[in-house]
Structures are given as C-alpha cells and as structure tokens.
Design a protein around this ligand. Structure first.
Ligand code: G3I
Length: 383
C-alpha cells in the first residue's frame, strides 16, 4: 500500500515537472537535448532549408536550425532551373551560400538534386538531339558535383525516376538516354565527386511495387560496378495512415543491398487529400472544405500527429543500425511546401515546429522516446 502511494506521488511529481517544463517553453520536456543531440548516437536529423533560411534572413530559423539539426538539404536552390538556368550558365550564388552556412554552423549538406525531371529549365527539356542531350547531362552533373566535391556530404544524384508501379517514369532523361540514365548519372557523379556519398531518392518507394522498382535500379547500378551509397525514402505521409509495415519492410530490403537507408523529406499531411505521394504535377482546385484548420489545429488532430511521429521514430530507432538520417521537409509549419500543394493557399501543420517556430506536442513525443529509452521504458512498448 505504502509503495503504491509512493509510486503515485512520484508519478504526479514527474508529471508536474514535465508540464511545468513544457509550459515554461523549454525546448524539451525533461531537460533532454535538442533533436540532433538526443539522436546523435542513432542517426542524423536534418531539415530542408529555403533560401531565406540559407541566407539567415529568417531570424527564427537562424536560431533554431543550428540548435536542432545536424544536416540540411537545400529545398530548391540546387535544382537545375536555379543552378543551371541557361545552357552553360551556372548560378552558384545560393548554393555557395548553403555551403558557407553549413561550414559556419557545422551542419552537413545533402545536395538536392542532380537529375530530376521537374524544375528542369525549358532549354534542357527541349533539347532534340540525343548527343546534345548527353552533353548537357554530362556537363550538368560534372560541373556541379565536382565544384562541391569534398564540400558537401552527399548528393541525391537521381530523384523520382519511378512510376507508382515500379516502371521507369517517362521523362526527357528516359526518352533521350534510355533506362540506363540512372546508372550513367551515378557513374558521372562518382567520377566528379569521389568524396561525396551518392543516393537514389524517391517518394512512395516504401510501397511494394515501387520499392521493387527502386531495388531493381539499385541492383543495376551495383551490377555495373558503379557506387551507390544509399537510398532516400522521401516520407511524405498522411495523418493516421503512416505505412509502418511497408516502411519496416523497406528498411530491411534496402539495407540488405548493402546501402544506407534514409528518410529524406519527412512530413505528415494533416489536411484532406485523396492520393498519396509528392508528384508536383498533381494539382487540386481550392475549396474551403479542403482547408479546415485555418484558425488552428484541433487537439485531437494535434495528438494524432504526435502519435504518428512517435510511432515512426520508434520504428526508426528499432533500425538505428540501418537508418543513417532523418530529414524533415521544412523547418516549421509556416514554410512547408504542403501549404501550397496540391491545393494552393492552405494552412497545413505537417512538421514538429509550429508557425512561431515553437515545438509542438509531436516534438516532445519524439524527444521523449529518447528520454524514456534512457530510463529503460521504451523496452516495454511493443512496436
Ligand atoms: O522561385 C519562384 C518565385 O520566383 C516565384 O515568384 C514563385 C511564384 O509561384 O515561385 C517560386 O518558385 C517556387 C519554388 O518552389 C520556390 O519557392 C515554385 O513555384 C514551386 O513550384 C516550388 O515548389 C517546390 C517543389 O519541390 C517544386 O517541384 C517546393 O518548394 C519544394 O518543397 C518541392 O520539393 C520536392 C523535392 O524537391 C522532391 N520531392 C518532392 C518535394 C515536394 O514536392
């Protein structure tokens, strides 16, 4: 009896401590470290940065990013239309700033992306002659990858080359170069950037058919004797529908190929949408029913979001020997691309930090997984 009273008193005391810590806006509920510190023995934690953040014009992000994240991906500024806007004309201004930002704050940089059908400038899409296209392809990868060799940690060499059924996506790359273009991209990148890790990156590749397509691509690269260091599962998922089983199978199957597994563009959509993935060409007309949380997120949804993130990070931790990085696609809700896609002008809440850059309940759950693990509690939670 005495023991149970003592237990209750302790439990209340611990709860009060947690509540008072979070209400006094400490970053963590229990004095634990920030994301990157809490997970430093497990995997890197990163965020995609927009140009305002790279140029440190966003004062909230300027403080928060170096505290919370050890690795960053440029959300847009290394894509072809920005870095290579005219044939033979490169604009390295923002990309160089990204490198300087990483050096200043001791943040590793993942380059994104050398080969992608989207955000490709019109001149490249309109090249008719195969040899000219090969010249563009080779020059583009070589020029950019060699400039940043040894300065950035890794490259998403090829992005989103697959259809949902695992076949190769129709693109100017496939049309002009055939399906060897992926292997060739890695071959060129390997030569230009021998000191940089090289990854294949795509969305929905946790799903069985598309996963099989990704595995085929990776095996083909490996069979050609070309280096591929890892695969990025983007991780654009939906509230209450995070495909944990498929994610677990994917970690097992991809890591069995001898490569690193990363979650490279993580966010959880809380607004209505009737399809999965991140195909930027898909658009839906605006409608108030599709934008229900303009004045704030209901507690039940906030809680579900926190639970979804907790389940995901518990799974990532289970495979911490295989998962090397988890990167969020954005820093805080206000700058997420999901406010503008697939419906323009919505108020979305997919990340761990809110519009004021304050940690959300999901953040505390993710941090608590490490705090509880330290006290042995996580072992009791079945996955
Ligand atoms: O820079 C122009 C600006 O000059 C112009 O005034 C403005 C008007 O709309 O557009 C700006 O460009 C926008 C660009 O983001 C930079 O903000 C484009 O319209 C917009 O389409 C573009 O969206 C990006 C999208 O990729 C485009 O493909 C998102 O920010 C970016 O988050 C998203 O990222 C992709 C990953 O690279 C690959 N995986 C899927 C992921 C989400 O779609």
């Amino acid at each position: 009896m005495k023991r149970s009273i003592l237990f209750c008193v302790c439990a209340v005391a611990i709860s009060v401590t947690i509540i008072s810590c979070s209400s006094s806006k400490k970053v963590t509920a229990s004095g634990a470290a920030t994301l990157k510190e809490a997970y430093k023995k497990d995997f890197m934690i990163g965020a995609a940065l927009n140009s305002q953040q790279i140029e440190e014009k966003d004062s909230n992000a300027a403080k928060l990013v170096p505290e919370q994240f050890g690795v960053a991906t440029p959300e847009n500024i290394m894509k072809a239309e920005i870095i290579h806007p005219q044939w033979g004309t490169y604009n390295f201004d923002l990309a160089d700033k990204m490198i300087a930002y990483g050096e200043k704050h001791n943040i590793l940089i993942n380059g994104h992306t050398l080969v992608w059908h989207s955000q490709l400038p019109a001149y490249a899409r309109n090249i008719k002659d195969v040899d000219s296209f090969k010249t563009f392809f080779n020059d583009h990868i070589t020029t950019i990858a060699s400039r940043y060799n040894g300065k950035i940690y890794s490259w998403d060499v090829v992005n989103e080359a697959l259809n949902e059924d695992g076949t190769m996506r129709r693109s100017v790359f496939l049309d002009k170069l055939g399906d060897d273009f992926v292997t060739e991209a890695f071959r060129i990148a390997q030569k230009a950037a021998p000191n940089t890790e090289l990854y294949y990156n795509d969305y929905n590749i946790e799903q069985p058919k598309k996963r099989a397509g990704a595995i085929a691509i990776i095996k083909k690269i490996q069979a050609a004797g070309v280096r591929i260091d890892g695969v990025g599962i983007q991780g654009h998922w939906h509230l209450n529908k995070v495909p944990l089983k498929e994610i677990e199978e994917s970690i097992q199957e991809f890591s069995a190929l001898g490569i690193k597994v990363m979650f490279t563009e993580l966010d959880i959509e809380v607004l209505p949408r009737n399809f999965q993935g991140a195909d930027v060409s898909q658009r839906v007309a605006s409608n108030p029913e599709l934008n229900p949380y303009v004045s704030g997120l209901p507690d039940s949804v906030q809680q579900q979001l926190a639970n979804d993130y907790e389940s995901l990070f518990r799974l990532f931790l289970k495979y911490k020997d295989k998962v090397t990085r988890v990167t969020f696609w954005g820093v805080a809700d206000g700058n997420s691309w999901l406010n503008g896609w697939p419906v323009r002008g919505r108020t979305n809440y997919p990340l761990l930090f809110d519009r004021q850059y304050k940690p959300k309940p999901a953040y505390y759950k993710v941090i608590a997984l490490k705090t509880n693990a330290a006290s042995g509690e996580s072992a009791k939670k079945p996955f």
